[in-house]
Design a protein around this ligand. Structure first.
Ligand SMILES: [Zn+2]
Length: 688
């Protein structure tokens, strides 16, 4: 069927240019979409959205919550559905054509969203509603929506005088440039180093695959022997397995001094400038520091809370970390007579110790984790906890034959969600695993629009003789993404921008990480971890080994995570104008977490891309924060039974279904009866 039907007004009328498709359950009509449709559809959808915004602005009625805030949130529905279809395809089933379209439409979308957040007339209306907030009798959800809309303008400078607005734009432009340069320097320094080995003995200990890779890299440069680089797939095996300590030292130091060599790629000045501009930007907007600005929209709320969180965890985990470290030191001494354990020894002796303690591997476990069994296991867990069933259906359009489609129904047969599952790697799919959606949930004009949720993974494919057998890591990945999916599936909010996974980012990993816990519980594993040939349930001894190896050296790992979180806060929760020397500042920030001796020629801050290039500034703590949350929440299940319906219902009612409608801490306390405590994580990780 041809799609691009041109009507008499010469405007393309495409099947994708609507918020309601004429398909079963209003699902995306993938098989009818042509790549050529996208660009014109985006242009028209942006026009439609712009008109909807214009109507709000041009209305002569007194601004109210309904005609301004609510109308704004429900605007752009056609554009949203189009964007979700397009960008999901661009991640899961892309090609050169789609990528070229993405390059063309992304600037259009950025320009459109800037046009909204910088629109002064629109802000004036929102501000006038915001000024009446206390007398409007809003529900908690409405109140959150009003705050969110108002803040999306003020955090962007809407309240500033004109000259300050100009300064804000200057800072933003300057920061964007600095971040780019920072990243380019890290990349250049990563590529500027090679470890060239010509003596075969220097490869001792390395796995065959790593050696082969190094050999073909050397061959590609017309060189003899083997070349190792600072790219992770090359670097990590080398420091983990190479027996030659001097070479481990050489490559580890090279990795640690990226962009810290006083050459043209040095990042020390960039670090200071980024920190100073972020601080100035925050001050301009009325915040004490950059961290205050960032954390306002996080569950943690302020730097004091984050710092006390990190330091509390530090105090509690440090004894275990020191114990593990001295164990490792003794092990290295016994094995190789190492007197002082250095940074380049850590991965190497940890791996040796791990092999000694846990002599089992993924191959022994995989037969118990056939993909179909694991997926059914996840469905059974969801059915027992939340009363929903997953029914495979074959009459919903999909973008690739590997995709499976399901209707999710409750026990009264009501449709809860559509669910897509796309498991195997292929050309055109990016790496990793993620959850996404093709249609958000919302309640409009009294009708509860149910969502269309999807998970995309890259699992081991079945062969002609063997089904898809998952590694344990893939099993937890499936449960993790399934947890994100449940937030989408069970969403039950009025406004689309507060629905499902639209929550503060230090809260978004709670539902995903908590689901992973069921993979370690014999009661849950007995439901699905069955040998694909014999049907035998996974032996208890294997389950115990999985648990023990999961918490192997958790103390040391925790110190490392805390050190990064504390360094992040040191840079961003204080006035950075007082920092003179990046290295000594960093060394002081690391002092409380350090286990290994400092390496004078190394500096972390000059290649800490997470916080200086990516979006993690004042957010590194959230990795540990999310773990504390999920362990604390799961302990509640363990106390009452991992399939206890009462606890599960609370989790559904107060967390999964609520999205971002209220402060996460309020929601959490309603579920748990108290704020999260670090103890559950420490117990689970064997640190207490
Ligand atoms: Zn996640």
């Amino acid at each position: 069927m041809r799609l691009s039907v041109f009507a008499s007004n010469k405007k393309p009328r495409m099947k994708i240019l609507t918020s309601h498709f004429n398909t079963k359950h209003n699902t995306a009509p993938f098989s009818q979409i042509k790549n050529a449709d996208f660009k014109p559809a985006f242009e028209t959808a942006i026009e439609i959205a712009r008109k909807e915004i214009d109507e709000i602005i041009e209305s002569t009625n007194v601004p109210t919550f309904e005609n301004t805030i609510e109308a704004l949130d429900f605007s752009g529905e056609t554009l949203d559905r189009l964007s979700s279809i397009f960008f999901n395809l661009n991640s899961a089933e892309t090609n050169d054509e789609l990528q070229a379209i993405a390059q063309e439409v992304s600037p259009l979308l950025t320009a459109f969203s800037n046009d909204i957040t910088l629109n002064e007339e629109l802000f004036a209306k929102i501000k006038s509603v915001y000024a009446q907030k206390d007398s409007l009798n809003l529900s908690p959800e409405q109140s959150t929506l009003l705050d969110k809309k108002y803040k999306s303008f003020t955090r962007n400078g809407a309240l500033l005088s004109d000259d300050k607005k100009i300064r804000l734009r200057e800072i933003d432009t300057e920061l964007a440039k600095l971040k780019l340069t920072y990243g380019e320097n890290v990349l250049a320094e990563t590529h500027n180093y090679q470890l060239h080995i010509t003596n075969e003995n220097d490869l001792n200990g390395l796995p065959e695959g790593a050696v082969e890779e190094a050999h073909s890299l050397a061959a590609s440069q017309q060189k003899e022997g083997w070349i190792f680089t600072l790219d992770h797939p090359s670097y990590i095996p080398f420091v983990t397995y190479a027996d030659n300590r001097e070479l481990r030292k050489e490559i580890a130091i090279a990795a640690g001094k990226k962009a810290f060599q006083n050459n043209e790629y040095d990042n020390q000045e960039n670090v200071l400038n980024i920190a100073r501009l972020r601080y100035e930007r925050a001050n301009l907007l009325g915040y004490t520091t950059h961290s205050h600005f960032v954390l306002e929209e996080r569950m943690a709320q302020n730097p004091e809370k984050v710092k006390s969180f990190l330091n509390d965890l530090l105090a509690k985990a440090k004894p275990a970390a020191e114990r593990e470290f001295s164990e490792l030191t003794n092990f290295a001494k016994q094995l190789d007579g190492i007197e002082k354990l250095e940074k380049w020894d850590g991965a190497y002796y940890s791996e040796k110790l791990k092999q000694k303690l846990f002599d089992f591997d993924d191959e022994q476990l995989k037969p118990y984790f056939k993909l179909e069994n694991v997926l059914n296991g996840a469905y059974t867990v969801a059915e027992k906890l939340f009363g929903i069933r997953f029914i495979e259906v074959f009459d919903i359009d999909k973008y690739h034959e590997d995709v499976q489609t399901f209707e999710v129904r409750d026990f009264k047969e009501n449709l809860v969600s559509i669910f897509y599952a796309d498991f195997f790697p292929r050309k055109g799919k990016r790496n990793g695993a993620w959850m996404t959606s093709f249609k958000p949930q919302s309640i409009r004009n009294g009708k509860n629009e149910r969502p269309h949720v999807s998970i995309v993974c890259n699992f081991t494919k079945p062969t002609e003789t063997k089904p898809s057998l998952l590694t344990f890591n893939e099993v937890t990945t499936l449960f993790h993404e399934f947890g994100h999916a449940l937030t989408g599936i069970l969403a039950n909010t009025t406004y689309p921008s507060l629905s499902g996974t639209s929550v503060f980012w230090d809260f978004v990993e709670l539902p995903s990480q908590i689901m992973e816990n069921w993979c370690y519980e014999p009661e849950a594993l007995s439901l699905f971890a069955k040998h694909y040939e014999t049907g035998e349930i996974i032996p208890q001894e294997f389950v115990q080994k999985i648990k023990d190896s999961a918490s192997f050296q958790e103390g040391i790992a925790t110190m490392r995570q805390l050190s990064f979180g504390l360094l992040d806060m040191a840079f961003h929760a204080n006035d950075p104008s007082k920092i003179n020397d990046v290295k000594s500042f960093e060394k002081a920030a690391f002092e409380s977490t350090a286990l290994y001796p400092d390496v004078a020629e190394n500096c972390m801050s000059t290649s800490f891309s997470h916080i200086f290039q990516g979006g993690y500034s004042s957010g590194y703590y959230s990795y540990k924060w999310a773990e504390v949350l999920d362990a604390d929440a799961f302990e509640y299940f363990q106390e009452q039974g991992i399939f206890n319906m009462e606890v599960a219902t609370k989790f559904k009612e107060h967390i999964l279904s609520k999205g971002g409608t209220e402060q996460p801490m309020t929601l959490y306390k309603r579920f748990r009866g108290q704020e999260p405590k670090a103890e559950a994580l420490l117990r689970r990780a064997g640190l207490m």
